[in-house]
Design a protein around this ligand. Structure first.
Ligand SMILES: Cc1cc2nc3c(=O)[nH]c(=O)nc-3n(C[C@H](O)[C@H](O)[C@H](O)COP(=O)(O)OP(=O)(O)OC[C@H]3O[C@@H](n4cnc5c(N)ncnc54)[C@H](O)[C@@H]3O)c2cc1C
Length: 309
């Protein structure tokens, strides 16, 4: 599925085409650029990245790459990996939580099979004092993910969900979530959805984003402000000030390697900042999606190839 942000760079469609060509490029070449966005293929790589981020004041959310499990065996494999991550978080005293794609634990295969696995993960996370957020995937998952979140949150308070500002339904979802003390990450949305259910214009998405933030912050929800957009970061800061939101009730959230200077500045200004740290063997698929979102990165690859660095 093409990313929504590709649309923002409408003048760069040629680069987006190259991005698709890159899907068949040598992995070694793609890794030259991808390594900025991914901790590495192994859990050891993830731990090293988390430690270095923790050392300078960032908290982290660990994401094991992979989605759309096609068998329950795949789901169990992902569950075991996340359980291993939780154990390491405890043993090494890392400032880290989990960010999990529900389809990885079977949401698209069998709703109750997903709930069982999600419950097992949350029970372990709760006993270790850690938090699990359910990423939001394409629009076919929105309803089930929110339903599952509500069901799980009744038993496990250490869980959160995501709203995508590009979806037209998200304003209403924000109102519903604000009735309970929900924990919500707000992002623009990474999936291109049809116009009857999603905004495509940058300004409409920004407007929706700010409205959702306003609803959730006013209601006293914990809000993860996930964006690298300077306009939205400024709007969020104004709302935080206006509603006197304490730093225990929000955090800015960024993707590893994306606009690191903005994250540093937020941290230096005293805001809590979380970095999303993906790791795993499926780094190639994750990276080609990043190139779709930011085709300029392809020039970096071209330069590295031509100049040998
Ligand atoms: C912590 C975090 C968690 C997220 N979780 C989800 C989720 O659960 N579900 C979901 O649908 N989406 C998720 N997203 C992605 C989000 O929906 C957007 O697609 C993405 O963040 C880009 O939007 P932006 O607000 O940063 O603004 P943009 O205007 O797209 O970006 C602002 C600037 O940052 C750069 N930039 C932004 N994103 C990237 C990137 N990926 N690679 C390279 N450069 C980039 C752009 O070049 C631009 O200059 C998440 C994002 C973050 C930061």
């Amino acid at each position: 599925m093409r990313s929504l942000t590709t649309e923002y760079h409408s003048g760069k469609e040629g680069l987006a085409v190259i991005s698709r060509v890159l899907r068949v490029a040598p992995r070694k070449l793609v890794w030259q650029v991808a390594r900025r966005y991914i901790a590495g293929p192994t859990l050891v790589d993830a731990v090293a990245t988390i430690r270095s981020l923790n050392d300078v004041g960032f908290t982290t959310a660990v994401s094991y790459l992979g989605e759309h499990a096609t068998t329950l065996t795949d789901c169990d494999q992902a569950l075991h990996m996340y359980q291993e991550v939780l154990e390491l978080i405890r043993t090494l005293r890392l400032r880290a939580s989990l960010s999990v794609k529900p389809s990885q634990l079977g949401l698209k295969l069998h709703y109750h099979a997903f709930l069982d696995r999600a419950g097992a993960l949350l029970a372990q996370a709760e006993s270790l004092g850690t938090f699990v957020r359910w990423d939001m995937e394409d629009a076919s998952c929105t309803h089930c993910t929110l339903e599952a979140y509500r069901a799980l949150q009744r038993r496990y308070p250490n869980t959160g969900v995501v709203l995508q500002a590009s979806l037209r339904r998200s304003l209403e979802d924000a109102r519903r979530l604000s009735a309970t003390p929900a924990n919500v990450r707000v992002c623009k949305g990474a999936y291109r959805e049809p116009a009857d259910i999603a905004h495509h214009r940058r300004e409409a998405i920004r407007q929706g984003y700010v409205q959702i933030l306003r609803i959730l912050l006013r209601a006293g929800c914990f809000v993860g402000i996930a964006t690298h957009d300077a306009v939205l970061i400024s709007a969020a800061k104004r709302l935080i000030e206006m509603y006197r939101v304490p730093p225990t009730q929000y955090e800015f959230e960024v993707l590893l390697g994306v606009r690191p200077e903005r994250a540093q500045r937020l941290l230096a200004d005293g805001h809590p900042v979380l970095v999303y740290v993906p790791f795993g063997q499926q780094w190639f698929e994750y990276s080609t999606r990043r190139f779709d979102e930011n085709p300029q990165l392809l020039w970096t690859i071209a330069r590295a190839t031509l100049l040998g660095r």
